[in-house]
Design a protein around this ligand. Sequence first.
Ligand SMILES: Nc1nc2c(ncn2[C@@H]2O[C@H](COP(=O)(O)OP(=O)(O)OP(=O)(O)O)[C@@H](O)[C@H]2O)c(=O)[nH]1
Ligand SMILES: [Mg+2]
Length: 293
Amino acid sequence: MKSALVSIIGRPSTGKSSLMNALCGQKIAIISPSPQTTRNAVRGIYTDHRGQLLFIDTPGYHNSQKRFNLHLQQIALEGIQDSDLILYVTDAVRQPGEEEQCILKLLKASAVPKIAVINKCDLPRARPKAAESAAAEALGDIPAVHTSAVTRSGLTELLDTLFAMAPEGEPLYPQDYYTDQPPEFRAAEIIREQVINRVSQELPHAVYVEIADMEADETAGKLWIRGFIYVEKESQKGIIVGKRGTMIQAVRRSSQKELARIFPYSIQLDLRVKVQPKWRKNEQVVDRILNYR
Ligand SMILES: Nc1nc2c(ncn2[C@@H]2O[C@H](COP(=O)(O)OP(=O)(O)OP(=O)(O)O)[C@@H](O)[C@H]2O)c(=O)[nH]1
Ligand SMILES: [Mg+2]
């Protein structure tokens, strides 16, 4: 049997979370068109007759000295150090630039075996060769797989490559597990996804979600969830609440729908929006949301 810890590393928005979900066949990590969606090391599990792959999806590596970004970079760096294999994910549409070179330098310094994944190959403007050459130049002769997390092309080849390179070992989780993320974390992430996919520009970065209460009534088949959506300013609270509460009601409805997909209950969700000025500079808050375990 094969068993491997596989870190997924790359620039923001290259499709790392989309790929992990597609590989594991479940919605585990949240996805959005705005960069820097993922803020934690999110774990997804794939098991078949060959063995088990434990994927660690990491925050997109963004070169910035802001305190919050440094924390996110640290989570990605831990992924580079503590794994059996690395999936280095690039976007076939974006030309490799300075930030890509920075990631390649970090990867080059790590002895962990790597696979270059050139994602978004379904897009008509995809130019996978540029990304592949940049990876080969920095990392030498490593396997390169062209994928699309949307059409699922290349995923079988990617799994074959991963299992061929994975070390022998016993599975860490039962075969029907696809994640070990705590339920509160998954609920908070679903709500954050529903918020950030409805707002634009800087606002997604200003949002975090905490679950205050989560209680199941087994006989009634109901799950009560009370969550707080935090933003940095009153004006942002106004946007998320919306005119006469229309926005927050839409977030509540779509979150309930998504939550019902992952928890086998009828969901009763209560949401409040709160202002927490400059939370990204508040070490206590940042520590709580980035190290939620
Ligand atoms: N066309 C196309 N779009 C994709 C593909 N993979 C991801 N996307 C889109 O790219 C955007 C970013 O996807 P994510 O999976 O959130 O990217 P990420 O790398 O996890 O982003 P961060 O967590 O911010 O680093 C979303 O709008 C996805 O729908 C793909 O293979 N093809
Ligand atoms: Mg992500």
